[in-house]
Design a protein around this ligand. Structure first.
Ligand code: ZN
Length: 231
């Protein structure tokens, strides 16, 4: 009898473990599908992404380095900066890079109402469309901050994919030394990663690119846009 009782307990605990594991798996899958943090892990491809531009100095310098190595990247644009500095955005689009929506005013949207979030996205969409002639399908919330269900609904309504980034964070906006930014990526980047960088208010990102791009190419990686990475 005692043996049977123990078996009963073990069986119950095993069932519970299976249920918890399965439900976690389901939620993880759901998250992965809606919030894009990486592409396929099968191929040696990574996507460089630049947030918060355009900026007349930094964006142009980033574009010069990308051009030097014939690399395409993705730029998440703050609409108000595009309003101030249209030229570097127009150049970015013309040179074949992908453009994403990063709101107009760059607020923390987790503090905004749904209609305010919609207005931020649509105002940015409007200026991007005006300057590049294209409607982007990528949206990245500033600071990676959002209320999940609400943002998913808004993204679906306006046909956006929500793009975050892989966990490696160079914190380039805090202006660490170029080799530090570069080495973080060179040492940690994996197949399918989406790398977060900035082309606004950064000093050393451009120099870091000049180190990390040839090093990653040497390691056999290919740089692609976010849409190329996830499709
Ligand atoms: Zn940002």
């Amino acid at each position: 009898m005692k043996f049977n009782k123990n078996v009963g307990w073990i069986f119950t605990i095993m069932i519970l473990i299976i249920i918890v594991t399965l439900s976690k798996g389901v939620f993880a899958l759901e998250d992965e599908e809606v919030f894009i943090k990486n592409g396929s892990r099968d191929k040696k491809v990574i996507a460089l992404t630049f947030d918060d531009g355009p900026h007349p100095k930094e964006t142009n310098e980033v574009l010069d380095v990308l051009k030097k190595y014939d690399v395409k990247a993705t730029f998440f644009i703050a609409g108000k900066h595009a309003n101030w500095y249209p030229e570097p955005l127009i150049r970015t689009s013309k040179e074949g890079h992908e453009i994403g929506n990063h709101t107009f005013n760059h607020p923390d949207i987790s503090n905004l109402s749904s209609s305010q979030i919609e207005s931020e996205i649509l105002k940015c969409e409007e200026i991007l469309l005006k300057l590049t002639g294209k409607k982007t399908t990528l949206f990245r919330p500033p600071y990676g901050s959002y209320r999940k269900e609400e943002l998913v609904n808004i993204a679906q309504k306006y046909n956006y994919k929500i793009v975050l980034w892989t966990t490696i964070d160079t914190r380039d906006w805090q202006n660490p030394q170029a080799h530090k930014i570069a080495n973080t990526i060179i040492d940690k980047a994996k197949n399918g990663d989406i790398v977060l960088l900035h082309d606004y208010a950064t000093n050393n990102t451009v120099q870091a690119l000049d180190i990390l791009i040839p090093a990653m190419i040497e390691k056999g990686f290919q740089f692609v846009t976010v849409s190329e990475l996830i499709n």
